[in-house]
Write a new protein. Structure first.
Lengths: 63, 143
């Protein structure tokens, strides 16, 4: 699954660590999601969407 | 690189796991040393001998329990997945070694592998699984 996490994070000038802390997950999780190695669970995807105040489909897209 | 408060170093689930494993491993080693001094190999299975020989087994049970607790206490879904991948890798490796060596034992004169080794082999498989995570997931694969 593709996602715009890295762009959204860069727009806010957050490091992976910053985003991880805001989401309450490990930096490895953010890294794995950004690089497409891991698709987050639905609850975590909603947390990400809430943090950026965007609908999930504006962040995660079908391949 | 700054230490992430949610990384392995600081995650309370990993801290509890490390403490539980360290205690269990210490009991295991002490019990093995004690049993090997108190009992001659293949001592008659008297109640006392069985009790002494079972103490290291209890320590192994504690280690298995600690691994189970880690998987249920880890609140980070991605780190939990890394641990599950390690456990699956270790299980596959253990099944492979035990099955292949077992066949060699049936058909050839290779020395017998005591079942005692199953858990240590599985634990080594966890380590190999960590390498596998690292190789397949890169930086994101380091729990």
């Amino acid at each position: 699954m593709k996602n715009r996490l890295k762009i959204l994070r860069a727009e806010r000038d957050w490091s992976q660590q910053d985003l991880a802390e805001r989401l309450g997950v490990s930096r490895q999780s953010v890294n794995a999601i950004e690089t497409g190695k891991y698709d987050p669970s639905l609850p975590l995807a909603f947390r990400i969407a809430d943090l950026f105040a965007l609908p999930i489909e504006a962040i995660f897209q079908r391949d | 690189m700054a230490i992430n408060p949610f990384s392995r170093r600081r995650n309370p689930a990993y801290r509890r796991y490390t403490i539980r494993m360290a205690i269990s491993a210490a009991v295991y080693i002490a019990a093995i040393v004690a049993a090997s001094r108190l009992l001659h190999k293949q001592a008659p299975a008297s109640p006392g001998a069985v009790m002494i020989a079972l103490v290291p087994g209890l320590a192994v049970l504690a280690m298995i329990w600690a691994i189970g607790r880690l998987l249920s206490e880890l609140d980070d879904e991605y780190l939990r997945m890394l641990e599950v991948r390690k456990a699956i890798f270790a299980t596959g490796m253990t099944l492979a070694v035990a099955s292949v060596w077992g066949l060699l034992e049936i058909f050839t004169a290779v020395p017998s592998l005591p079942v005692f080794w199953i858990f240590p082999i599985w634990a080594m498989g966890l380590g190999a699984g960590a390498v596998w995570n690292r190789l397949t997931l890169g930086d994101a694969g380091c729990a």
